[in-house]
Design a protein around this ligand. Structure first.
Ligand SMILES: [Fe+2]
Ligand SMILES: [Fe+2]
Length: 309
């Protein structure tokens, strides 16, 4: 892991956001989401993979939805490396350390409950899944934001993107898989709370040091990729997931980027340094280019469906 920067500016922002971390952590704890992974699953529906090896016909599903389940679950499996990165930015005695522990505790159940449902429902190939897990976890590849400003900006987008990916995957499951829909809904609910913590922490950091946050946000947005680059055949899966309408450039722009940047009010920040002002222009140009690309993609898809209708 790249060492976290602990320069004066880094420590300054960390110290200044400490009261906001405490406030938002307390808000998080005051609205607990108490659910138990073991209660979400219908255990009686399971059967042995030794006696009855997996077949795609066990649970007919579009390739893009299988890819989404596979990528989402492996990303949750990679939790130890995300925790490691977060802890690297949390000095001893800082309240963000307590938050990181709470966050890890909550994230840990996502892979558990998803894997239980995946194995009982037979919705994806368990051998492929385990091979993917082995490769991904032996690599330990996760994004490494350099500073606390980079980190809270990046994790805001990541939590929101993860929430959207789980929610949309659940909506693509067959209507009669109530357990699968519920499992992904519970996870998406947790991700929503994580997103709100980071979104509002970043908002507080913007009020403290708008220039540092503006530069960090431009950097994170322009290089943002869904976590999972260490997963075998990640690009192939990402293309399928986007084609299925679960998560792609359009969701990144409309469900992740635009609402978050609007809430942070990046277009009206005052007192920016010259470098931060350049970062704001660069970010605006990036978003505009993305809007054009997404619009073109939507028009292309509309023309294609008109031809096949
Ligand atoms: Fe998660
Ligand atoms: Fe999360």
């Amino acid at each position: 892991m790249a060492p976290a920067r602990t320069g004066t500016a880094e420590l300054g922002l960390l110290n200044e956001i400490a009261p906001d971390v405490e406030r938002l952590y307390n808000r998080h704890l005051e609205a607990p989401r108490l659910w138990f992974p073991h209660e979400q699953i219908n255990w009686g529906e399971g059967s042995s993979f030794v006696d009855r090896p997996w077949s795609a016909s066990d649970y007919p599903l579009a390739d893009g939805v299988r890819s989404a389940i596979y990528v989402n679950l492996l990303t949750e499996d990679n939790l130890p490396y995300y925790t490691n990165t977060l802890l690297g930015h949390a000095p001893k005695g800082h309240p963000i350390l307590d938050w990181n522990h709470q966050w890890t505790m909550e994230e840990n159940r996502h892979a558990m409950v998803m894997r239980d449902w995946v194995h009982i429902s037979r919705c994806i190939d368990p051998t492929l899944l385990e091979e993917g897990r082995r490769v991904q976890m032996a690599t330990g590849e996760v994004p490494q934001p350099e500073t606390i400003a980079d980190l809270i900006s990046y994790v805001t987008f990541q939590e929101r993107a993860t929430q959207i990916a789980h929610r949309n995957t659940g909506a693509h499951l067959p209507k009669d898989d109530k357990i699968g829909r519920n499992v992904l809904g519970q996870i998406a609910g947790d991700e929503t709370k994580h997103f709100l913590f980071y979104r509002d922490l970043a908002n507080a950091a913007f009020a403290i040091d708008p220039s540092t946050m503006m530069i960090a946000t431009m950097k994170q947005v322009c290089s943002f990729a869904m976590p999972g680059t260490g997963i075998p055949s990640f690009t192939r899966h990402a293309v399928r997931i986007a084609r299925e309408g679960i998560y792609g450039l359009s969701q990144f722009l409309k469900d992740v980027l635009e609402p978050v940047l609007t809430l942070w009010d990046v277009n009206h920040l005052e007192g920016l340094s010259a470098e931060a002002e350049r970062a704001r222009l660069e970010l605006a140009a990036f978003v505009e280019k993305l809007q054009v690309t997404v619009e073109r993609m939507a028009q292309k898809a509309a023309r294609a469906s008109a031809v096949t209708a």
